[in-house]
Design a protein around this ligand. Sequence first.
Ligand code: MG
Length: 298
Amino acid sequence: MKRTVVGALLALTLTLGLAAQENPNRAALLAGLWMQNSAEYRALCLQAYRTAALDLDQRLALNGGSPVVREKVLVDGRPCWRERPMAVIMDLDETVIDNGGYQAFLYLSGQSFKPATWSAWLDYQRCEARARRSVPGALDFIRHAEARGVKVFYLSNRPSSGQESTASVLEQLGVSRPGPERLLLEDKPADAAAAERWELGESLTRSQGAKERRRIQVQLENAVVAYFGDDLADFVTYVKGSEPVADRYELVEQNRARWGTEWYVLPNPSYGSWSPGQTLPADPAAWIDDFGFGDSLR
Ligand SMILES: [Mg+2]
């Protein structure tokens, strides 16, 4: 009897140990806990959005309080005036919409990211009030911009099949419902006018990153004054995560003047193009730097 209980406990311990060892999201656990539990995460988000709102007010004041930008441009070699509405471009996931529930699901179920469970999460988010949460400060900023006549574009790599559910989530969160002209998702949209703009952007950028195509699409008709994202790819092209860290730092450095004045980044240690993936890196030494301290002790 005793042996049976000990055997069962051993089997359970081994099973639990194995389960913990094999959980592909183990590496993302601390990051997820930080986002859901730290006051600092919340404060950082509020800091980004407050700075952005103050900057936007300053831009509007410099433009005589108007959300329409008048610029002199050359058309057929002749100068003429062009008017474009002031706009901002925002990424959605972990910039406006909090998907911590999906990340928690991945950890608790021991599953890796899959398009099928992601789609199910998007549907759940549309239907369940407790799943609709926003990044701190995001909704206040959007309302602040829209109240002043500034257009808000959402640029996300959510699939276009999620157009309705995403628009509904934004509306239920309390901001104006975006149509396909303001909600630019990953692939060619079903809406004819939006598809035409998508193709124009595609022809202009060809092999460039998908988000860059959509950024240009918005820039053609709007004076974009601010960009928001939780990933370097929300701001610059050619970021796939495979670039060496030094190259990614260089991209940050090249754009030093834009951070906090035109580009506003939200914290996301859970996932993104920075990450070695949701699993722990096989070669941690390639990712971690002790500043030579270990060598100094030898
Ligand atoms: Mg994002």
